[in-house]
Design a protein around this ligand. Structure first.
Ligand SMILES: NC(=O)c1ccc[n+]([C@@H]2O[C@H](COP(=O)([O-])OP(=O)(O)OC[C@H]3O[C@@H](n4cnc5c(N)ncnc54)[C@H](O)[C@@H]3O)[C@@H](O)[C@H]2O)c1
Length: 304
């Protein structure tokens, strides 16, 4: 691998700031990954398809860091230094200055393939390309790349600043040094890394999808009310959230899409979507993001 170009690291003496992180997609996850990377000392470019969306992402970053200050997890100085390390971009051109690219665009195989084909041309030759996909096989995302060996899965959790886990997924062709560098990057953000084989849903998404789907089947069958099912999971197993609270947070459409990926990948009836989940999607009751899912929520803030 050729060495990536040197980056002006400013006055921060930490070696990690030598390595710029370029985040593709300034949504929920991209803004969290940008915030976490900047807090760890990396200069970060947060990219989206329009100025409005990039700025919305930056507003999410600010909100997440403010929240961390309020909770006294970081000091105001840490927040301000992190914010000063982040800039925004439209389009992938500036990926050429990064050593680590993390893609957090929507969960759509065709879209991710296009993004990585463009990144392969735009990013520095030695840069690591990572996808934050929560369910799509890394090998399938990288299938069309000239060099699929530089693509790896780095699956962060929401909210990124609070969740200590990162799932590392080497694709079938990922080079060992890329896996090692991705592991080192995640560890440098203070995350605990678990490694999963490149099977649909990896470890965590598969576990989450089955948990939610089984709860939805129980509700559909009339085994118990949603409140009682949520209480049973929380009080019986120490889960911080019940399955219906969880799926409202994740998005019911997202959960259905994940179950469909698992079904396509395994053809196993464990991933047969409970009809009530599809009905909720058809009714546009998607959870917190639409203000109504299994429970009701106050109107979400308007973008901008
Ligand atoms: N939301 C979660 O809880 C969660 C958790 C772990 C992983 N993930 C994964 O992270 C990824 C992003 O999810 P999210 O919830 O942040 O989605 P999101 O919809 O909040 O954000 C996606 C962002 O990508 C942007 N985008 C769309 N096309 C793009 C392109 N071609 N180039 C650059 N940006 C583009 C969108 O404008 C949007 O701002 C998905 O793969 C998802 O499966 C999500």
């Amino acid at each position: 691998m050729s060495d990536p170009p040197a980056i002006d690291a400013g006055s921060d003496p930490r070696e990690s700031v030598q390595r710029r992180v370029f985040v593709v997609g300034a949504g929920i996850m991209g803004s969290g990954i940008a915030a976490q990377s900047a807090l760890a000392g990396y200069p970060v470019t947060l990219e989206d398809v329009s100025e409005e969306l990039a700025q919305r992402g930056l507003a999410h970053v600010r909100k997440a860091l403010d929240h961390a200050v309020e909770r006294k997890r970081i000091g105001p100085g840490d927040r301000d230094a992190a914010l000063a390390r982040i800039d925004t971009a439209i389009g992938l051109r500036r990926a050429d200055a990064a050593q680590i690219v993390v893609e957090a665009a929507p969960e759509d195989l065709a879209l991710k393939r296009r993004v990585f084909a463009d990144l392969e041309a735009a990013a520095a030759p030695g840069a690591i390309l990572a996808s934050n996909t929560s369910s799509l096989p890394i090998t399938a995302i990288g299938q069309e790349l000239k060099d699929p060996g530089r693509l790896v899965g780095l699956h962060f959790f929401n909210p990124v600043l609070q969740m200590p886990l990162v799932e590392l997924i080497p694709g079938h062709r990922t080079r060992p040094e890329v896996v090692a560098a991705a592991r080192e990057f995640a560890a440098s953000l203070g995350k605990t890394v678990v490694t999963s084989a490149d099977t649909p849903g990896f470890v965590t998404t598969r576990a989450m999808a089955v948990l939610v789907n089984e709860a939805a089947w129980m509700l559909y069958e009339g085994v118990a009310s949603k409140e009682d099912i949520d209480a049973a999971y929380k009080l019986g197993f120490h889960h911080p959230m019940g399955p219906f609270e969880l799926v409202d947070l994740v998005g019911i459409d997202t959960a259905v899409a994940i179950l469909d990926v698992l079904w396509d990948g395994f053809r196993d009836s464990s991933y047969r979507v409970a009809p009530i989940l599809r009905t909720m999607v058809a009714a546009k009751k998607l959870g917190r993001k639409t203000g109504e899912g299994f429970y009701s929520y106050p109107a979400p803030p308007r973008p901008g």
